[in-house]
Design a protein around this ligand. Structure first.
Ligand code: SAT
Ligand code: MN
Length: 590
């Protein structure tokens, strides 16, 4: 006798703690209805269709950009708002001088008033998600509640969302609670609050990426960095890339750069023609969770399932993989349009903008056609260089960690730290010119330790101590390097071609990891000499190469003084090993 397939348990009944939390939020926010996300393709299509119907999404030219859409945000809501982002811990010192702090009860009270009745007439979406492969012990789960269909759609692309995540939550019982409402998008009623002690996030008043897609910076960095310290791992603002040499050996490196400094480009790098036989595999382009393994190595997963990348500058020359990837199934935010309804942005060699990112006829007098922080949201599986190990529940073993910033001067093209402890100091000393990824002035140098200044969910001094502790657990720690692709000559011209040519620097690092390449001691660490880099077929004069690899002792003495002053802000919490490494560098510079 045939038996009917049992209907799946309704999502609302899978996990009691999630259901209770959703009910309490429903009572507070008063939505017209509640929708639980299954995470299917059909659901994603339905959300897209709904946004098109409501006039929030514009369908792009279906011939050239099939299944691609344009979303225009509120013009006052185009970037992260670091000045409105808070870490709410019981003790202010736990948040540290690197964070805005608010007392948790006061923050909850403030947010409760903003959330009260804020979803009237809207749908409340419940999005269970897993950061990392759902079957990975290194992954962690969360649930985002939002009243924005655009945010829900982005979350479905950026995370492993839906039923399997909720089933895992039901088994494990713990999850990060993320409550989000766009509110009235009023910059004066906008807060992004984090409660690491409660594993919860409350975000109000913005629909933009890092403010609103709570799985990303809020969970996978700020909350996860706290969770990682308690559990003995690291949550970092790093890409993860696999590099296969012509001999067929693959090594994985993790690299931390501030927002909009080329992480996506490096993660998807195309080897130059003059380096035949190299292959590149992307594991992640923005966030890495790094766990010490039983074998004494550091193992990494990318918690995300999609890319939320900067659009301007993307073209066939700079990042062919990304350029090809975003030609279908892509959600564009704040780009311009051509007369034939194709997306357009600064850096494209052809086409011209007719409508700017705000939907107005393009007028160059009003600034760029695409917003400098315009973004693409796309599934990582669309990436031609997607690594099969991106879904490996064990993650990938990391051979090298790279820190970098955007510096016109001071930092050479590459140098290697003397040891793990020195590497922690090198990471802690990173400074970089600000970009359009956050609201505020662009191009000013600021300290951005480990590229985590906007993302570390606790006191940096405690974070560096944790880095030292994790290093102590590794029998085979990755080597640590610092790079600067952005050094310029006195006329302001970039000295290094960057993009695919960066593989030459990565190849030297891998040789260092295999104890095969040479390096010379300098005050700041170990440097290659020009002849140690493979420059075959590269159009960079020997003088330029020496300039790229030079260390100006005078400038570096100033840099050390600035680092000392910066670290002093953290007072007695700074680990003694870091001061010792700084003094070693100071002494070597004379
Ligand atoms: O914060 S976002 O995720 O929106 C982009 C970034 O700053 O890296
Ligand atoms: Mn980022």
């Amino acid at each position: 006798m045939a038996t009917a397939t049992p209907l799946p348990t309704p999502l609302a009944r899978l996990s009691q703690p999630v259901a209770e939390w959703v009910e309490s939020v429903r009572a507070l926010t008063q939505p017209a209805d509640v929708y639980w996300c299954e995470g299917t393709d059909a659901e994603r299509e339905e959300f897209t269709a709904r946004l098109v119907r409501d006039g929030e999404l514009t369908r792009l030219d279906p011939e050239q950009f099939p299944d691609c859409h344009l979303y225009r945000s509120n013009p006052a809501d185009v970037a992260r708002v670091e000045h409105l982002t808070y870490i709410c811990t019981r003790s202010k010192e736990d948040a540290g001088p690197n964070n805005n702090w608010m007392e948790p009860q006061a923050a909850h009270a403030k947010m409760r008033e903003l959330f009260r009745g804020c979803m009237r007439g809207r749908t409340l979406y419940v999005i269970p998600y897993c950061m990392g492969p759902v079957d990975s012990p290194l992954a962690r789960c969360g649930v985002e509640i939002t009243d924005s269909t655009y945010v829900a759609l982005n979350m479905l692309i950026m995370t492993r969302a839906g039923r399997p995540a909720l089933e895992r939550i039901a088994r494990e019982g713990t999850f990060v609670r993320g409550l989000h409402s766009v509110g009235e998008l009023d910059p004066n009623r906008r807060f992004i609050m984090h409660f690491p002690e409660e594993l919860s996030i409350e975000s109000f008043g913005s629909g933009y990426g890092g403010n609103a897609l709570l799985g990303k910076k809020c969970h996978a960095l700020r909350i996860a960095s706290w969770q990682a310290r308690e559990e003995g791992w690291l949550a970092e603002h790093m890409l993860i890339v696999g590099l296969q040499s012509p001999k067929g050996e693959t090594h994985y490196v993790a690299a931390a750069f501030p927002s909009a400094c080329g992480k996506t480009n490096l993660a998807m790098l195309i080897p130059p023609e003059s380096m035949p036989g190299w292959k590149v595999f992307t594991v992640g382009d923005d966030i890495a969770w790094l766990h010490p393994g039983a074998d004494g190595r550091l193992w990494a997963i990318n918690p995300e399932a999609g890319y939320f990348g900067v659009v301007p500058g993307t073209n066939r020359e700079t990042n062919r993989n990304a350029y090809d990837m975003i030609r279908r199934d892509t959600l564009f935010t704040n780009v311009a349009l051509t007369a034939d309804n194709q997306p357009w942005w600064e850096g494209l060699p052809s086409g011209s903008p007719r409508i700017d990112w705000q939907g107005r006829p393009f007028d160059p007098a009003r600034g760029p056609a695409a917003h400098p922080n315009s973004r693409f949201t796309v599934s990582a599986r669309r990436n031609p260089s997607y690594s099969p190990h991106a879904d490996d529940p064990r993650g990938v073993p990391i051979s090298a960690i790279i820190f970098g910033g955007r510096r016109r001067e001071v930092a050479p093209l590459v140098y290697e730290a003397r040891s793990w402890a020195h590497g922690v100091l090198v990471g802690a000393s990173v400074a970089s010119e600000t970009t359009a990824a956050a609201v505020g002035q662009v191009g000013v140098v600021r300290r951005d330790p480990m590229a985590m200044q906007p993302f570390c969910g606790y006191n940096f001094a405690d974070y560096w101590r944790h880095w030292l502790t994790v290093g102590g657990k590794l029998a085979r720690p990755p080597r640590i390097f610092h790079v600067n692709w952005f050094r310029r000559d006195p006329q302001g011209k970039f000295l290094w071609p960057g993009f695919g040519e960066n593989l030459r620097v990565l190849a030297w690092m891998l040789e260092r990891c295999a104890d095969k390449a040479r390096a010379v001691e300098s005050g700041i660490g170990l440097l290659p000499q020009p002849k140690d880099l493979d420059t075959a077929g590269l159009d960079v004069s020997p003088e330029r190469l020496s300039a790229l690899l030079s260390v100006d002792a005078e400038l570096w003495r100033k840099e050390v003084a600035e680092t000392r002053a910066y670290l002093s802000k953290y007072g007695g919490r700074i680990p003694a090993e870091m001061w010792a490494e700084l003094e070693k560098t100071a002494a070597a510079l004379g």
